[in-house]
Ligand binder design. Sequence first.
Ligand code: ADP
Length: 309
Amino acid sequence: MKQVIIFGECMVELFQLVDNVYHQAFAGDVYNTAVYCKRSAAAQLNLKFLSAVGTDLVSDKLIAQLEQEKLDSSLVLRTKTARPGLYMINTDCFGERSFVYWRDSSAAKQSLALFRQHHTVERLLPADVFYFSGISLAILSLEDRTYLFTLIKELKAQGVQIVFDPNYRPALWPDAEICRANFDQAYALSDIALPGLDDHKVLYGCSSAGDVLAQLQTLGVKEIIVKNGSSGVLGYSEGESFQCPAVPVKKVIDTTAAGDSFNGGYLAGRLNGLSPLAACQYAATLASFVVEHTGAIVTKEQFRGFSSR
Ligand code: ADP
């Protein structure tokens, strides 16, 4: 059985149904990826979520949710001094959604400080894949980020594949230059990169997926999948580039987690032995299903419908 570690933050989501009535769920970029990866490759992999929560009731519910999704919660550490981050999705009278976050002091920010107090890299081994995102990086203190890069170097030396999606969120970084320096470091350590073209347009001034490939090849990444919404992806592996179109949908309902679900599907495909192109085709089919539904994570029943198509 393959061992996967996914590192980052899962938050409480409050989704406005009507006026002051909200539906409560759990979501977050790497959590969404973990759920779709595990659902896609269930029996073949053990997926550990590396994070931190509090000791409150909502934190207990978050852990219960991970377990319901058959994610291994043994690396979700507890702190008495913080609680999970939270965000609200509100919809205005024109149907426009807006997100408001309360994550500045979330428990997940302490995850690596807690890990370092109690464990060493051996606690993460054996592992086949370590997955993290630009958001996982952004929420850490400078000291913890430095520690994360050391940890990743140690994992890499043990043969663990490192997978990174930049998921650029300007509001989480003090400035673009600091962010670029961190992303460059993350890319240089990565075996697989799953960037969105939009992130690289804003952050690096790239104008095409080809620009992103060239940039990441220079940083030494061997497998690169550049996502570009409904225009599909440009991939690169074993010295060859390839295109994979998006799967057309009748009606886009909600693009939340399109990239996260794509990443989960891609990882599951690769871990199950699919080629990069075949893994992209599966991931694009999954992401197209996700954008046809509301919310980051489709229900288990909807997912069963997808799997049996
Ligand atoms: P990211 O948020 O990481 O930049 P994208 O927005 O590029 O990710 O979306 C990831 C994947 O989701 C795309 O490569 C595509 O397969 C699928 N996707 C996104 N938007 C659409 C859409 N409108 N129609 C069909 N598939 C889509």
